[in-house]
Design a protein around this ligand. Structure first.
Ligand code: EPU
Length: 427
């Protein structure tokens, strides 16, 4: 297993290019199952999770080719409709094959993902959504077996809470159902919009993109499509926060600033200077040494579905608030166990108290944050430890970095080009 070693306290400077969004690539890859033929996806990040999704598709009989960031997938020769436990346990987003398999074959067998480091994360909304389209599901030996005896039938689905993959799964099942499906309280994340665009390019009829009410008029057939994955807003946000934490000036290119309204608002409130145009950010913040004259202000955040503050940036923002001037209350409303990074940040000198779903972060002076050996527990927690390590004095060792590889393309390389002292070593 590899670990990352960081010598912190260096400002970041230069330009960094954002990769395609993991959480958009995964549903778009799954959508290729809906209809036979070669589909072409551009800007697909090369990550552990996208490779796992390719393995899931292969298991189902698909073939694929990658040229740079373009991935072509042919799902003509489907040989099965089962996503096995061995793959689903390494990536719960494998459940995204349920919707398209139901749409194409009327049958799918997918391992239940089980719990996860950040919460229980059930898939009951997905299953209830399918039931409203005429699908019956049974659970046997840890697998969900979903079956529709006739063509799926449009229905009305209401999500108790907006669910990103729940909305995507039901959308994919509904596009070829007979009649109209209404999804109420749908997730409005940009990744859902990216999937809607691909489905429309395949011939689907969908109204309400970017709203919480999606209307799907079922069509008789679909055709293979070409689509481009949107830039990763969470990767973008992670670099914005990293620069705020270390100080320096960085241009972040190939991104969508309009997909990060809550983060940019909070960073500006904290005193970070951010300029933006349609596809890039320039972020600057005084260096550590200058902090006493220009301190980072503590601000509060509450994680919420889009366009609220993303839960996937909560851990990284907390690493920044550790250096704030004042007290920051960080309220996590999406996942019940997403504070695993707190104990690790405390090992580096952070002053954080957890009170139920809130973390109270009392800022410490930058010189009080010290490098330490820390352990990554999930993808975004790992990114928060890297940020803390970049800002801290001395050496930080982040172990279990396979979590990072799930969602950040070439992170050490990108940070090194910005001047960070960061390297990967074998443990
Ligand atoms: N929920 C249920 N039942 C369900 C589905 C969701 O109770 O059937 C609850 C969840 O427990 C949670 C809330 O609804 O409290 C919202 O969860 P959601 O379904 O939106 O999460 P997800 O679709 O499983 C996606 C991302 C996550 C991201 C969340 C929230 C993908 C592949 N994953 O997960 O990304 O945190 O939305 O925005 O799109 C990450 O990239 O690190 C990551 C965890």
């Amino acid at each position: 297993m590899d670990k990352i070693i960081i010598h912190g306290g260096r400002p970041l400077a230069g330009t960094v290019e954002v990769s395609g969004a993991k959480n958009a690539a995964l549903p778009l890859m799954a959508a290729t199952l809906l209809t036979p033929g070669w589909h072409t996806l551009h800007n697909v990040p090369d990550l552990r999770d996208t490779r796992t999704m390719l393995r899931v598709l292969e298991t189902l009989g698909a073939v694929w080719q990658r040229h740079g960031s373009t991935v072509r997938i042919d799902t003509t020769g489907l040989t099965g409709a089962e996503a096995p436990y061995e793959l689903v346990k390494t990536m719960r987003a494998s459940v995204l094959v349920l919707g398209p398999l139901l749409g194409r074959c009327g049958y799918a067998r997918v391992s239940l993902p089980g719990g996860c480091a950040i919460g229980a994360r059930p898939i009951n909304y997905h299953l209830r959504g399918f039931a409203n389209l005429g699908v019956s599901t049974t659970l046997a030996r840890g697998y969900v077996e979903a079956r529709a005896d006739t063509r799926l039938q449009g229905g009305t689905i209401y999500f108790d809470k907006p669910s990103v993959t729940g909305t995507e799964n039901v959308l994919m099942a509904a596009v070829t159902a007979r009649g109209t499906t209404v999804i109420k309280n749908a997730a409005r994340e940009p990744e859902v919009g990216n999937l809607v665009d691909m489905l429309v390019a395949m011939g689907a009829r969908i109204e309400g993109r970017d709203s919480d009410r999606l209307l799907v008029h079922g069509v008789g057939g679909l055709a293979p499509a070409e689509a481009t994955i949107i830039p990763d807003r969470i990767e973008t946000g992670t670099y914005l926060i990293a620069v705020a934490a270390t100080g320096g000036r960085v241009r972040i290119t190939g991104c969508r600033p309009d997909h990060l309204p809550a983060l940019t608002d909070k960073l500006r409130a904290a005193g970070v200077t951010i300029e933006q145009d349609e596809t890039s950010f320039t972020v600057s913040c005084p260096e550590h040494g200058g902090r006493s004259s220009c301190p980072l202000q503590s601000v509060d955040i509450t994680t919420l579905p889009y366009p609220g503050f993303p839960t996937d940036l909560q851990a990284q923002f907390m690493a920044l608030m550790v250096l704030g001037n004042g007290v920051s209350i960080i309220h996590e409303t999406i996942f019940e166990n997403r504070f695993m990074h707190v104990a690790e940040l405390q090992r580096m000198g952070a002053d954080i108290t957890i009170d139920g779903a809130s973390a109270i972060v009392r800022g410490v002076r930058p010189e009080r944050l010290c490098g330490a050996p820390v352990m990554a527990t999930d993808l975004r927690a790992s990114a928060s430890l890297v940020i803390a390590g970049l800002a801290a004095a001395g050496e930080t060792e982040v172990s279990r970095i396979y979590h990072l590889e799930r969602g950040y393309e070439k992170m050490e390389e990108k940070l090194r080009r910005l001047g960070a002292d960061i390297r990967r070593v074998r443990e």
